[in-house]
Design a protein around this ligand. Structure first.
Ligand code: SAM
Ligand code: SF4
Length: 329
């Protein structure tokens, strides 16, 4: 699948639920209203759309949410998709999770063919963790992370950088990740969805964090790429990588290789734009595989050149009204 700007679209991110057992302050409002269950694609429908993408050349699928591991029976989706790895055409199946349910599922994920996972953890401080997630407890998440490590999964920790919240912790997090063999990726807050707070107060440019990290760590340039927007450095002292995702300060759209499917079957061709394609309607109209493929190709032909996120200090409206938990991070 090649889009109008010559980019090869090989990466599909799939949100399997908009629900979550946490309420991270930058992601959701406290009183989130979730979708009625009937609007969600069934696991069979999700598998069918993924199969179409794989047929059309998708080599990497990431399962996300909401919190993907809270969806009932979601392991059956991992097992089906895992069966498509290799000769089936899929090269990699991964997941982004908050880790609360990982201890239960780590071994099943590995057995299904998952080899790398991203776990979101913004702080190592239990009280701060509870404040950021509004009610979460850090212990099950840490237990989940170590269960995943024991199961053989490679782990990348994702942390959203927030001014005055966790900005003082990144030296400790680099050290902790180094000690346990995890990569670390720091993310700037993106203006997505109403969150009952002032985003300009949270926003912290990662250029500042990187400069501070350099006081203690030797960050060596690398050309390591995961096909994503992160820029990675080797931390000489730990031998692990630290990455920076800077959507607000650095435009990475020219190398974008991905599209996103929501749990209701809406395909977004860009995280920062509203144009979409309703694949659920296509599926539920009784479309054949050929018709489904055609609908996907038509959507890829509409992939825009890039996003225009702006955190505007004069307006408190998010640049994109839908929450990250709808499209999947
Ligand atoms: N629940 C899972 C988790 O937390 O990893 C998967 C979904 S979550 C939406 C995916 C990622 O998006 C998380 O790492 C989260 O920190 C990040 N995220 C959510 N809202 C964000 C925002 N407004 N700006 C930047 N990152 C955000
Ligand atoms: Fe849930 Fe992930 Fe959003 Fe946090 S970032 S509220 S864990 S979906």
């Amino acid at each position: 699948m090649i889009d109008p700007f010559g980019r090869s679209i090989t990466y599909l991110r799939v949100s399997v639920t908009d629900r979550c057992d946490l309420r991270c302050v930058y992601c959701m409002s406290e009183e989130m209203r979730f979708l009625p269950k009937r609007d969600l694609l069934s696991l069979e429908e999700l598998d069918r759309i993924c199969a179409a993408f794989i047929r059309l050349g998708t080599s990497k699928i990431r399962i996300t949410g909401g919190e993907p591991l809270v969806r009932r029976d979601v392991m059956t989706l991992f097992q089906r998709l895992g069966g498509r790895i290799g000769a089936g055409g899929l090269e990699e199946l991964t997941v982004t999770t908050n880790g609360t349910q990982l201890a239960k599922h780590a071994q099943t994920l590995y057995a299904a063919g998952v080899r790398r996972i991203n776990v979101s953890l913004d702080t190592l401080d239990p009280a701060k963790f509870t404040a950021i997630t509004r009610w979460g407890k850090i212990e099950p998440v840490l237990e989940g992370i170590f269960a995943a490590k024991a199961a053989g999964l490679a782990i990348k920790i994702n942390a959203v950088a927030m001014q005055d919240v966790n900005e003082g912790e990144f030296d400790d997090m680099v050290a902790w990740c180094g000690q346990h063999g995890f990569d670390l990726c720091l993310i700037e807050t993106m203006p997505m969805g109403d969150i009952e707070g002032d985003r300009t107060a949270q926003y912290l440019p990662l250029s500042v964090i990187r400069a501070r990290l350099r006081r203690r760590w030797t960050l060596e340039d690398t050309d390591y790429k995961t096909g994503g927007p992160a820029r990675y450095f080797n931390v000489a002292e730990t031998g692990r990588r630290v990455g920076f995702i800077t959507p607000m300060t650095h435009n990475f759209c020219e190398s974008c290789n991905r599209v996103r499917l929501t749990c209701t079957g809406t395909l977004y061709m860009c995280l920062g734009q509203n144009d979409d394609a309703d694949l659920r309607a296509v599926l539920r109209s009784g479309a054949s595989d050929a018709e489904l493929d055609a609908a996907i190709l038509e959507a890829i032909a509409r992939k825009p050149k890039g996003h225009d996120f702006i955190i505007d200090r004069r307006s408190d409206k998010p640049a994109v009204a839908r929450h990250m938990s709808v499209t999947g991070g």
